[in-house]
Design a protein around this ligand. Structure first.
Ligand SMILES: Nc1ncnc2c1ncn2[C@@H]1O[C@H](COP(=O)(O)OP(=O)(O)OP(=O)(O)O)[C@@H](O)[C@H]1O
Ligand SMILES: [Mg+2]
Length: 527
């Protein structure tokens, strides 16, 4: 049988709608099993709500409710006190994939792709056929608007089923209601755990949550002030790629290469700009659009060689050492808590910063023989899945924990001990390994920074453990001596005998020889 001709094959070629693509590949968005799907829907809603509140300068107050409707169906309701959404934008935000305000901005936020919440709407209609119900009000003086909508997947456009205006005192903010097929679990990978970890990393948020079993959680604020708003930033020259530089050179409004460098990158001033041009042997007055391919390559190489300051810190919103300690102490009753924050670094032109914390002992003591609990975060969002492919896990496994007092079977791997290890990476663009944003790509720069942060906190832990050990020994010694005091006195009386002189040396010798050595040795073995 003759094969197809190019002309026949050409008839089969079609553009693919992004909504149809993700309908087929919902696992790429975090909807690969029912338990994970339930968490993903809550996570996308919570991320957006926290982003919106912070951008509007409001202390977040979230109310989340999950109702078990039976037959593996759950209704999720999420209300925020954010700025609300204007009615013209509501259908596209919830009914169109790859639509959002954050993809093109170089500012740190939880959302970045413009896909999160519409993907949840898509998953709901795929599994239960139910539309999403979105209600929003921008302030006390505006009208509350409600939409019932689905996604027309062929065209990737919202399909509005019903819209109305409400007059019932709806508190300003946004509420989403979605019914999905899911599974509610109460283990490590659960909505309960996800929200607890969110509360730890966002201690300025008040989160009320009612789970499908009717249990109510009230994660209150530990801090009543929002962190400073991260500023938008231009790319840093270190690590920028040729394709990106080429696009920037084409699109720039600057007339000369020198002004292009100064205007389009952070931390390039006149002197460093001139030095880059000199090193690249590129005329600083040349029009950027006219640079030939090899000139672009030379410019890129020179940009990596010239010494340029680190990116400014105000483009990032790290979790400070104090916030980490507060957050951990709020949810974990540990005997020791420490935290570290590193200076910002750059990968592929994107600034990033790592901070970490360790909570040890106390209520965790019962987990002595288990692997430590790792809390991974990217831009203040807990990462619960795909731990093994994450840069954070890799750095943790490569750290020599035995040196710091934790048990680590084999030469590397996850350590064991009564500890929670918290690691946060923030960036203007987090390099996730997939659209579901579950793990951070293992760029060597990132792995190295995480490792350095972990080592700093681990040194604090080692100091604590050694103080604790010393204290314990001291206490045991005192206890033993006081236990033997009556014996010492008894011996003293016996040895002194009638009219004999009382000296302490033979008495102590007898007590030590007979009893004390034996007991201390036993104690040492126990340790
Ligand atoms: N609760 C909300 N209040 C105000 N604006 C919102 C809210 N939820 C979403 N938005 C707006 O809708 C946009 C799209 O949200 P969506 O979750 O789909 O994408 P994203 O948050 O930009 O990126 P990601 O796909 O990484 O989540 C956001 O960029 C934001 O501007
Ligand atoms: Mg989002």
């Amino acid at each position: 049988m003759p094969g197809k001709t190019a002309e026949e094959m050409a008839l089969d070629q079609k553009e693919i709608s992004v909504a149809e693509f993700f309908e087929k590949n919902r696992h790429l968005l975090g909807f690969d099993n029912p338990a994970k799907a339930l968490i993903t829907v809550v996570k996308e809603g919570v991320d957006n709500a926290l982003d919106a509140c912070e951008e509007a300068g409001k202390l977040p107050h979230l109310k989340i409710n999950i109702d078990d409707l039976g037959e593996n169906k759950y209704e999720i309701t999420l209300k925020d006190n954010g700025p609300g959404i204007v009615k013209e934008q509501m259908p596209s935000i919830f009914g169109k994939l790859l639509y959002g305000s954050k993809f093109h901005s170089r500012r740190q936020s939880r959302g970045q792709q413009g896909i999160g919440i519409s993907a949840s709407v898509l998953y709901a209609q795929l599994t239960t056929g139910r539309p999403a119900i979105i209600t929003s009000r921008t302030d006390e003086n505006s009208i509350t608007k409600r939409f019932k909508l689905k996604i027309d997947t062929i065209n990737n456009e919202p399909e509005i089923l019903h819209e109305e205006e409400l007059d019932d005192g709806f508190e300003p903010g946004t509420e989403i209601k979605i019914v999905v097929e899911g599974k509610y679990l109460q283990r490590y990978h659960s909505v309960d755990e996800y929200l607890k970890q969110t509360a730890i990393a966002n201690p300025y948020a008040h989160i009320e949550y009612s789970n499908p079993e009717g249990e109510n959680f009230d994660f209150r604020r530990a801090i009543h002030e929002l962190p400073p708003e991260p500023q938008e930033i231009k790319p840093h020259p270190y690590g920028v790629e040729l394709g990106v530089l080429s696009r920037m050179l084409k699109g720039t409004e600057s007339n000369k290469v020198l002004s292009f460098l100064q205007n389009e990158f952070t931390r390039i001033g006149r002197t460093s700009g001139e030095e880059i041009c000199r090193l690249a042997e590129v005329d600083p007055d040349k029009k950027p659009k006219n640079l030939k391919h090899n000139e672009q390559e030379r410019l890129l190489n020179a940009m990596q060689k010239v010494k340029i300051q680190r990116p400014p810190t105000n483009c990032l919103s790290p979790i400070s050492e104090e916030l980490i300690k507060n957050g951990l102490a709020k949810e974990i009753d540990a005997e020791f808590i420490t935290a570290t924050s590193r200076d910002p670094e750059v990968y592929r032109g994107n600034p990033f910063q790592v901070s970490c914390g360790i909570a040890y002992g106390g209520e965790l003591e019962e987990r002595e023989t288990e692997k430590v609990t790792i809390m991974r975060y990217a831009n203040k969002v807990p990462l619960l899945y795909q731990s093994s492919s994450c840069a954070i896990t890799k750095a943790l496994e490569k750290t020599d924990w035995k040196r710091y007092g934790l048990n680590q079977p084999g030469s590397n791997g996850i350590p064991k001990g009564p500890a929670v290890i918290f690691v946060h990476l923030c960036s203007t663009w987090v390099p996730f390994t997939s659209e579901s944003k579950e793990s951070i790509a293992r760029y060597p720069k990132i792995v190295k920074e995480v490792k350095l942060a972990l080592q700093e906190s681990a040194r604090d832990l080692r100091r604590h453990l050694s103080r604790k050990r010393k204290g314990k020994k001291e206490k045991r010694r005192k206890k033993i001596f006081s236990n033997y005091m009556p014996l010492v006195l008894e011996n003293a009386v016996e040895l002194a005998g009638d009219g004999q002189e009382l000296t302490i040396e033979p008495i102590m010798k007898r007590v030590i020889d007979e009893k004390l050595v034996e007991e201390v040795e036993e104690g040492d073995e126990d340790e």
